[in-house]
Design a binder for this molecule. Structure first.
Ligand code: ADP
Ligand code: MG
Length: 150
């Protein structure tokens, strides 16, 4: 199935889903995480990190930097572009080296990439469903046939 949707009821379930999803990832993959503040983008990233052999608690939203690097089984580049005002600022983190490097790039607030947006990426959409409930939809828009196993 090319687009999958899950409901999670706790932070732990979202972290677990991130870990399951990570088994689909290979070097050079880019993951867009879309959703409001508090939707669970960073929690989902912790799950990806765990699957790469990292400690989930290492991963936090990079508040004052645009990107954090973690040396997992594959390199993990965790971007949080919330504070990015102009996509030109991305030059300061030479972000394209990461996108085209050998790691996995996970990007919170990918809308901010503007014209620097890559064409191929996994799309993870997280939405509040009231209380602690979240809906998480995963797809690969450039190749809707791409298989996703969770
Ligand atoms: P974002 O990065 O999208 O702004 P975070 O992942 O930093 O959001 O924070 C999500 C917050 O919501 C955390 O405080 C977490 O404990 C809480 N939460 C409650 N229910 C869930 C859930 N089902 N999935 C993820 N986070 C949840
Ligand atoms: Mg976050």
């Amino acid at each position: 199935m090319s687009k999958v949707s899950r409901i999670t009821n706790t932070q732990e379930e979202t972290l677990g889903l991130g870990s399951l999803f990570a088994r689909n990832l290979k070097a050079k993959d880019i993951v867009f995480l879309q959703g409001d503040l508090g939707a669970g983008k960073t929690v989902f990233t912790k799950g990806i990190a765990k699957a790469l052999g990292l400690k989930p608690q290492m991963v936090n939203s990079p508040t004052f930097v645009l990107m954090n690097f973690y040396k997992g089984r594959l390199p993990l580049y965790h971007f949080d572009l919330y504070r990015l005002e102009n996509p030109k600022e991305l030059k300061s983190v030479s972000f394209d080296e990461y996108f085209y490097g050998d790691g996995i790039s996970v990007i919170e607030w990918p809308e901010r990439l503007g014209k620097f947006s890559p064409n191929e990426f996994w799309l993870v959409e997280l939405t509040h469903q009231g209380g602690d409930k979240r809906q998480i939809c995963i797809s690969y828009p450039s190749n809707p046939q791409r298989k996703i196993s969770l």
